[in-house]
Ligand binder design. Structure first.
Ligand SMILES: Nc1ncnc2c1ncn2[C@@H]1O[C@H](COP(=O)(O)OP(=O)(O)OP(=O)(O)O)[C@@H](O)[C@H]1O
Ligand SMILES: [Mg+2]
Length: 502
């Protein structure tokens, strides 16, 4: 095929013409692939919106295009940063904007005249529902945020300890006991019962549960309640150590194995935990080569430091944890079956928060007091609608997520009382579409009480449907197709229920 067809329209020959053409093409491209666009003049007044943008108007509380065009941008788009672009003349190529209409990935570009003066700006909504379209990025961000939160808390705890004058080796002591595990729901009581039993034994314990459910807390508590309580508690986060360094981290390095800094040799975690408990966190992330070595160590009760040919016996009780589906990893051949069974002697499934909603009020109380203590303020007070809202969420980040939401609410609220609207905004900003409030907040969630079971069946069924839909929507970041699939209903049925919930 010829590269240039004779009768194809040609590019303009002058640079200006090409630029104009490029500008026009880009504008058309953005207008068609973006979710919406609008223009403001120099004073920040909206002068134009494209077709795509119109669907955001109802969520912004604007009835029609006529009520939108002609208004000052900040009057109709809360939290917009368009004015800054007009003032500075600097584009914002990518940003997250959250307001009552949701969270959006946006771009803001100044428009200049021939004399290079800013005469307006263009706002582009690149994606709406970034929580679904940008899922990989957001998950990564959430993971980093999680580690940052944990590190900050650890630092605060260490500072607290040094203020109290606790000896340095306090770091190797358990930080939590079973009393720290808040919850009296049947599911919480059961997990504590199993963990207490595990504390009496010296076999390996395997803690399985979603992120933020309290696995690490339980590992500390098991150690503190065991006969090894006076020995060290040493933890290794396998996901956080580069694969190439893990072996040395675990088994240590013999003197003379390396030149340089490590010449003298270094104790591994097995040695450091001698007489105590070794907590292997994120065990599902362990590389295959190390799995084989760990298995051998557990079978023989001996380790071989790097660069040594001597086996050294160890006296350590292993507690492992993971939020991954370990049996699935075994099926996929990514986790050794023999190691799995070695560790699976005392498995404890730590339930997600949504299976023990009855504990939410007590958790809010304790987490609130903890926050208050750290900030030197009074504990926050949640209004009933806020309590009901929190009790109804899916809490995929479990207790860590609950704590973060409370922390945000306290940080942002001028007064100590927190209402549902504030929490809704915080959840949205975190990329979570809030689920419907739980009707029985404060009750022993899960099982409905006798009185509510005596209401007309149609009312109860409708209520259950609403809750199921809200939970599934939250779990799928508002994606309706995935929600309908999960619930085994058609999309039309789902839309019907959403539009007309009763
Ligand atoms: N039952 C509980 N009572 C009070 N606080 C809790 C409870 N469970 C968890 N927490 C708190 O929630 C946060 C997360 O808990 P933890 O670090 O133990 O979770 P995890 O299961 O190890 O999560 P991940 O898999 O993400 O590492 C911690 O600050 C912990 O103190
Ligand atoms: Mg953990």
């Amino acid at each position: 095929m010829p590269l240039h067809s004779e009768d194809a329209p040609a590019l303009p020959l002058d640079a200006q013409g090409i630029l104009e053409l490029a500008a026009r093409s880009m504008f058309q491209l953005f207008s068609s692939v973006s979710q919406g666009m609008f223009l403001v003049d120099k004073s920040g007044r909206i002068v134009w919106v494209n077709e795509g943008y119109r669907r955001f108007l109802p969520d912004l509380g604007v009835g029609s295009v006529d009520q939108f065009v002609g208004r000052m941008v900040e009057e109709v788009i809360p939290n917009t940063q368009m004015r800054r672009v007009l003032e500075t003349g600097q584009p914002v190529l990518i940003d997250l904007l959250t307001n009552k209409a949701g969270t959006f990935v946006v771009s803001r570009i100044p428009l200049r005249d021939d004399a290079d003066r800013v005469i307006g700006a263009i706002g582009i909504v690149l994606f709406d529902h970034p929580e679904t379209t940008l899922q990989p990025l957001i998950s990564k961000f959430a993971l980093l945020q999680r580690d940052l939160d944990d590190a900050r808390r650890e630092l605060a705890a260490q500072r607290g300890r040094s203020r109290l004058g606790v000896a340095g080796d306090g770091e190797r002591r358990a930080k939590y006991t079973f009393a720290s595990f808040v919850g009296s729901s049947p599911a919480a009581a059961e997990v504590k019962r199993q963990a207490r039993r595990a504390a009496q034994s010296s076999s390996p314990v395997l803690l399985l549960g979603e992120t933020g459910t309290g696995k690490e807390l339980l590992a500390h508590a098991i150690h503190a309640a065991s006969s090894r309580a006076s020995g060290p508690f040493v933890s290794v986060n396998i996901a956080a150590v580069p694969d190439t360094l893990l072996e040395a981290e675990f088994f240590g390095v013999a003197p003379g194995a390396y030149t340089g800094a490590d010449r003298k040799g270094r104790d591994g975690k097995f040695k450091l935990a001698d007489g105590g408990t070794l907590f292997l966190d994120e065990i599902g992330d362990m590389p295959a080569s190390l799995q084989a070595k760990l298995l051998r160590a557990l079978q023989e009760g001996e380790i071989e430091p790097l660069g040594s040919n001597k086996l050294v016996p160890f006296n350590v009780r292993v507690v492992a944890a993971t939020s991954r589906e370990l049996p699935a990893l075994v099926r996929e051949g990514r986790f050794r079956e023999d190691l799995f069974y070695r560790l699976h002697v005392l498995p404890i499934r730590v339930p997600p928060l949504r299976e023990r909603r009855g504990d939410i009020p007590a958790l809010i109380e304790v987490l609130g007091e903890d926050l208050a203590l750290r900030n030197g303020t009074a504990p926050p007070e949640l209004l009933p609608d806020a309590m009901a809202l929190l009790a109804g969420q899916a809490w995929r980040g479990n207790i860590r997520e609950l704590r973060n939401v409370l922390e945000q609410a306290v940080m942002r609220s001028d007064s100590l009382s927190i209402d549902a609207a504030q929490l809704t905004a915080i959840l949205r900003e975190a990329g979570v579409e809030p689920a419907a409030p739980a009707p029985d907040a404060g009750g022993q969630g899960g099982a409905p009480d006798q009185q509510s079971l005596l209401r007309p069946l149609s009312v109860q069924v409708a209520e259950l449907e609403r809750r199921a839909i809200a939970a599934a929507l939250a779990a799928h970041g508002g994606n309706k197709l995935a929600t309908a699939r999960q619930l085994g209903i058609s999309r039309a049925t789902l839309y019907g229920r959403l539009e007309n919930p009763d």
